[in-house]
Structures are given as C-alpha cells and as structure tokens.
Write a protein of this length. Structure first.
Length: 300
C-alpha cells in the first residue's frame, strides 16, 4: 500500500521504516528538517510540506498522523482541506479518546474516515512489531489491514479492531494506566530489596531469576534487568518521573465510571511526588508526627 506518515519523530520514523521494509511505499513529512533528513536516510520518500506529501498520494489517500496530542487539531486544520471524500486519516498518537470522537465526527462530515490506533511498542517496535488497538469504522479499518499486519508483531496477532471511533485510544489509555501500576510495583519491590543491606542482594541477579519461570516475568522485567545491568546503582539518574497524560486520563475515567482503581491512581501520584525535590507535604507530615507523638524531626 501507499501512504503518508506525518510526524517523523523516533516512533513515527520507526513505523515508517517498518512499513517500508514490509513492501509499502511511505511518503513522510515532518516540520523539522533534521527529522526529514534522518528519515530520508532510512529509505522514506520525504516531502518538504504537508501539501506536497498529500499531493504525492494516490486516491483514496491514507495519511497516518504521529504527532503530539496537543497539535493534532492544528494538523487536521491544515490537512482536511487537502483531502477528499473516501480518504482516511489514522491518528496513531496518544490522543484523549473524547477528542478522537469529536475529530472523527468532524472528518465524517467531509466524508473522510478517521481511525484511531492506540500504539504500543516504543523504541522496540521497529524490530519487534507494535501492539495496535484500533478504533473506527469497520470498513475503513479492514481496508488498512495490510498496514496493520505489517506493523504488528505478526499478521495474526498483536493488533485488532476493538470498537468504534475513540475505542482504540480509550483502550490504549487503560493500557498505559496498567503500565503505570506494573512499573510502580517493580520499582517498589526492587527498592525494598536494595534497602536490605545486610543481605547484599544483587538486584540484577534477582531480575534475571524472575525473568524465567516466575509469575511476574514480563517485558517490563526484561527491561528492568537490562537497566540494572547497565547501571547497577542507577548513578546519575535523578528521581524524577515524567507522565505523558494517559495515567491522568485513566484515573479521571475511573472516577467518572465509579470504578475503584487505587493501584493506578497511587502510581500516578507517586510520579507527581517524585518531582518534589523539597516536598512541603513530607515536611508537614514530619511536623505533625512531632506534634502528636514527639517523634524526632530530621534536620534538612
């Protein structure tokens, strides 16, 4: 198939390269010249404008958008006048599913299909394939089957049409919320092991033991083991953890649906807490313990 990839950051470029390797012809565009140059070196046909990349496509056009959630609407504002009825836009980024539903309705008025593909796989997707959770019109999704089969780990696994417009991004949002909880559990468990100095436990050895036969074996554990092998004491890494938004959206959705989600919620709060180098809350907790129980205050 022939399609355009808009947004050639690391993940977009990797996806474009995987498609190219799979026999698809990919036209790429990114507003940044360095990104365009790097993508061209990877065999992707590069255009120097959004207008040019759309013009290069045969009809009906397929445009895959891999841009940050905050600029999706701006991208669509420029893109929509260039498209025709029967064309398809795929949003493969981490958009909020409610925004996806709104955008899908907007494009439907112009006769343009809007498919949301929740995409997981990170920097390993080029080699290992991507997990794709796809929402949108069934006919539009089925027409893109060769693309999804190429991006997935295999044609018959790792991808699927999960529901109507918004369902793909909703599912990916929950996926990322679960990821928060799993990462937090591993981090806390290894922190306890590290603190038990009397045993002199080798954390990377433990990770390797758990990777085989254990009920907690997983790709996240594989990556944890790799990280500990490269840097056993995590020297030079600040205790500051970013969040990209999906965890917040998952917690808000749980509240809206009256679903108890304490693990995901606390894992999000721990990420927020990690950013406080001088935590007022912790100081106040220490002060309160001193007030009611006379507990010692450690001077900072």
């Amino acid at each position: 198939m022939e399609l355009a990839m808009i947004g050639l950051g690391r993940m977009g470029a990797n996806m474009a390269e995987r498609l190219t390797r799979g026999g698809h012809r990919v036209h790429g565009y990114d507003p940044g010249e360095p990104a365009r140059k790097q993508a061209a070196e990877r065999g992707i046909a590069i255009a120097d404008s959004l207008q040019a990349v759309v013009a290069a496509l045969p009809s009906p056009r397929i445009v895959w958008v891999m841009v940050p959630a905050g600029v999706v609407d701006d991208t669509l504002d420029t893109l929509l006048p260039l498209l025709s009825a029967g064309d398809t836009v795929v949003d493969g980024g981490n958009s909020n599913y409610k925004e996806t539903m709104r955008r899908g309705a907007r494009l439907a008025e112009a006769g343009v299909h809007y498919v949301d593909s929740g995409t997981s796989g990170g920097v390993w997707g080029l080699a290992e394939g991507y997990s794709l959770m796809i929402g949108g019109d069934k006919q539009a999704v089925e027409a893109l089957r060769p693309v999804f089969e190429t991006l997935a780990p295999a044609a018959d696994r790792g991808w699927g049409h999960v529901g109507p417009s918004g369902a793909g991004h909703f599912t990916k949002m929950i996926h990322n919320g679960i990821e928060y909880g799993m990462m937090q559990a591993f981090a806390e468990g290894f922190a306890i092991l590290e603190r038990k100095e009397a045993f002199g436990i080798d954390l990377q050895q433990i990770a390797e033991i758990w990777r085989h036969g254990s009920v907690v074996r997983s790709w996240l554990l594989d990556l944890t083991s790799d990280a500990l092998k490269k840097n056993p004491t995590l020297a030079g890494i600040a205790p500051y953890v970013e969040d990209s938004g999906e965890g917040r959206w998952t917690v808000a959705e749980a509240i809206d649906l009256d679903v108890s989600a304490p693990v995901i919620t606390m894992s999000l709060l721990e990420r927020l807490r990690s950013r406080e180098d001088d935590s007022f809350a912790d100081k106040l907790l220490a002060a309160m313990r001193n007030e009611f129980g006379g507990h010692r205050i450690k001077q900072g």
